[in-house]
Design a binder for this molecule. Structure first.
Ligand SMILES: [Zn+2]
Length: 477
């Protein structure tokens, strides 16, 4: 009989191999190039042989460039034909993901880890990892993210003497929480670092209480959460003595970095990853993001998916995950804007430097019953809507007026029944805000499409509108 909660995948031999190769590639650039070429050839071969979906659309293509760019919609539509193991099916994934108690469990007899993302493109994505891809992420994490600490002493192997608080989206099989659960389960108890998993969907005051009680030495979270906690630390309410703060999942602005670093008195370390490719870039001691060139191919492209030259901010980005041959991600359209920086970094690393314009949103400040402002984190509100209303193609604009706040909801044209979507969103938002002590904020529906930023065309899901706005909206029942 199979165990109720199968262990997540972990293969010590693959782990040691990934560790060695990753360390050597960092130390000796020619090896990085040759590993990249070998891994790319192996990935394309695996996709041609084992994935009916890639075989069908790429024909006899052998060169990387002959694989046409692909997006999440197409991959999810052809889910049963996508992976290179025919046991990986929509029905099996759906059953696994429907059970909240299986977060971090091994899937299909413990051979795989499965996580999901709604992302910003409106289609939920399900991503499968095997022991080999997880070994690569572990090695990158340990050697680059944790090992390359800048001015401070390195955290050492896995930072075993540290206390890690992960404050992130829980309540679903999201990549962050799934990988933290896996870490808790694969490291033997005597060696296990102390890890607390704290849901960001709770009111900020509850998040703060739990973080304070756990008293971490490393805080792992989104930039908007670290920023929201900073005033509490300044006021002495958190009293954390942090060694480092690791942020990811959203864009980190330089103002956020300064605010968080000065409030907590520790280094903020940024990283760049996605559910599709867990470890894309890490931050060096010079505050620069470096691509894991040996494990990832990143192509900054324009709106016609043609390459843009170094130094130019791309319209979108194609990512190829060289670590994952089970569910190939080849020239996959990621909705981030990336700029490759020419020249070498002062840290000495030859890995490509990039700047990323990723997911971002505004933290809203809505009044509670005593008219005290409550910080509503953009990622938490988005997750509450996505999970509670099953709507992903939306925008929330907060209009603050003398009479109170109104959250204006807009939907992308692809949402076929906006009235029904609005009703579900209104209920999900009401439920979420009530849990934060916010009961007087109303929702309104606007038939116009979401507003995009004028300069970049970028869509932000949660936006603070201009004060006194809220014109031309139709109030819903
Ligand atoms: Zn550097």
């Amino acid at each position: 009989m199979s165990p109720v909660h199968p262990s997540p995948p972990f293969d010590p031999w693959l782990w040691v191999r990934a560790w060695n190769e990753t360390w050597l590639a960092g130390a000796w650039p020619p090896l990085s190039c040759s590993l990249r070429a070998q891994r790319l050839a192996a990935l394309l071969g695996a996709a041609r042989r084992g994935s009916p979906l890639y075989r069908r659309r790429s024909g006899g293509a052998h060169a990387f460039e002959d694989f046409a760019p692909i997006d999440k919609c197409e991959l999810m539509q052809g889910f049963d034909d996508w992976a290179t193991d025919r046991r990986i099916t929509r029905a099996a994934a759906e059953a696994f993901l429907a059970d909240a108690k299986t977060v971090g469990d091994g899937w299909l007899g413990g051979d795989y880890l499965l996580w999901s993302s709604s992302g910003t493109s409106g289609v939920p994505g399900w991503f499968v990892q095997d022991a080999a891809s997880l070994a690569a992420y572990d090695a990158i994490d340990a050697l680059r993210m944790r090992g390359a600490a800048p001015a401070q002493p390195a955290l050492g192997l896995w930072g075993l003497d540290h206390r890690f608080a992960f404050v992130g989206a829980c309540g679903g099989h999201f990549a962050g929480v799934v990988s933290m659960e896996r870490l808790r389960r694969i490291v033997p108890a005597p060696l296990q670092p102390r890890i607390a998993i704290i849901s960001v969907l709770q009111p900020l005051r509850d998040v703060a209480t739990q973080v304070k009680q756990f008293s971490p030495t490393v805080l792992i979270t989104y930039p908007s959460v670290a920023e929201a906690l900073a005033p509490l630390q300044r006021a002495g309410a958190l009293a954390l003595r942090l060694h480092e703060i690791w942020v990811g999942g959203e864009q980190l602005s330089s103002a956020q970095r300064e605010e968080v670093q000065s409030a907590f008195g520790c280094t903020v370390r940024n990283s760049y990853g996605a559910s599709e490719c867990f470890s894309i870039a890490w931050e060096c001691g010079q505050g620069q993001l470096h691509l894991n060139d040996d494990w990832v191919v990143l192509e900054p492209v324009d709106e016609h998916l043609r390459p843009v030259p170094p130094g130019t901010l791309s319209h979108t980005t194609l990512v190829t995950n060289l670590a994952n041959r089970i569910q190939p991600i080849i020239r996959y359209q990621l909705d981030d804007r990336v700029r490759v920086l020419p020249g070498r970094c002062r840290c000495g690393s030859t890995f490509t430097r990039v700047e990323v314009e990723g997911r971002s949103g505004d933290t809203l400040h809505l009044p509670d019953t005593r008219r005290q402002p409550v910080a509503i984190l953009p990622l938490a509100l988005e997750t509450a809507i996505e999970e509670g209303a099953r709507v992903t193609q939306f925008q929330v604009i907060d209009h603050a007026r003398r009479g109170g706040h109104t959250l204006e909801l807009r939907f992308e044209p692809a949402v076929t029944d906006p009235a029904a979507a609005f009703a579900r969103c209104q209920a999900a938002i009401g439920h979420y805000l009530a849990a934060q002590g916010v009961t007087s904020t109303r929702c309104s529906f606007c038939a116009e499409p979401p507003r995009r930023e004028a300069a970049s065309g970028k869509l932000r899901r949660v936006v603070q509108g201009p004060a006194g706005g809220a014109r031309a909206t139709r109030r819903a029942a």
